[in-house]
Design a protein around this ligand. Structure first.
Ligand code: GDP
Length: 195
C-alpha cells in the first residue's frame, strides 16, 4: 500500500465531532501499551503521527487519522487501563460501545493483542463483546519480533484457544519493528473498506 497522505484529523469526545464525509472507518482496539500507536505508524509509514506512549488523561477520545483521502483509522482508547477511575471507565464504556455498535461508516475493528502473552481477561471480554454484536473483526498479534519464529505456532495456538477464535476471523502476526504482517493487514483493511 502506497501512502500518499496521512493526517491527524481530530481527537473526538463524542458523535458531534465525528467526520461527516462518510469515508470508511477502521477502528483499532486494544489494551494500553499493547502497541496500537506503533502499529498505526507502521501501517502509514510515519514515524510519529500516532503518538506512542499512552495518555491516561485522554481515555475517552477517539483519534481520527485520514489516510490517502480514502479511509480513516480510528484509534480507540486502550481498555483495561488500571490508572483511570471507575467513573472514567464507565464513561469510556458507553462512548466506545455506542461508537462500535452504531457508527455507520465503521467497516472493521482491528483488535490488537500482544503475541508474547496469552490474551488477558480484558482481551477476551472485548473479543466476546465484538463477536456478540457481529462487528467485522480482525485480530492482530503484535510485537512478533520479540518471539523467535520457531515459537510463533505455539503462541498463535494460545491466542486462538484463549479468544475462542473462529476460522472466519483473520489472525495476523505483526511487528511494528520489522513490518511483518503489514501487507497482509492492508489486504484485510482494503477488502473491508471497499465493501
Ligand atoms: P499503545 O499504548 O497501544 O499505543 O502502545 P505503543 O505503540 O505506545 O507501544 C508501547 C511500547 O511497545 C512502546 O515502547 C513501543 O516501542 C513498543 N512496541 C510497540 N509495538 C512493538 C513491536 O511490534 N515490537 C517491539 N519490539 N516493540 C513494540
Amino acid at each position: 500500500m502506497k501512502i500518499t497522505s496521512a493526517e491527524f484529523i481530530i481527537s473526538a469526545v463524542g458523535p458531534a465531532q465525528y467526520p461527516e464525509d462518510g469515508l470508511p472507518e477502521i477502528a483499532l482496539a486494544g489494551r494500553s501499551n499493547v502497541g496500537k500507536s506503533s502499529l498505526i505508524n507502521k501501517m502509514i509509514q510515519r514515524r510519529n503521527l500516532a503518538r506512542t506512549s499512552s495518555q491516561p488523561g485522554k481515555t475517552q477520545h477517539l483519534n481520527y487519522y485520514r489516510i490517502n483521502e480514502q479511509l480513516y483509522f480510528v484509534d480507540v482508547p486502550g481498555y483495561g487501563y488500571a490508572k483511570v477511575s471507575k467513573t472514567q471507565r464507565q464513561a469510556w464504556g458507553k462512548m466506545i460501545e455506542a461508537y462500535l455498535q452504531e457508527r455507520k461508516p465503521l467497516q472493521l475493528v482491528i483488535q490488537v493483542i500482544d503475541l508474547r502473552h496469552p490474551p488477558t481477561k480484558d482481551d477476551v471480554a472485548m473479543h466476546e463483546w465484538l463477536t456478540h454484536y457481529d462487528i467485522p473483526l480482525c485480530v492482530v498479534a503484535t510485537k512478533a519480533d520479540k518471539i523467535p519464529r520457531s515459537r510463533w505456532p505455539k503462541h498463535l495456538k494460545e491466542v486462538k484457544t484463549t479468544l475462542g477464535l473462529t476460522a472466519a476471523t483473520p489472525l495476523i502476526m505483526f511487528s511494528a519493528e520489522t513490518g511483518a504482517g503489514r501487507d497482509e493487514l492492508w489486504d484485510v483493511i482494503l477488502k473491508h473498506a471497499a465493501a
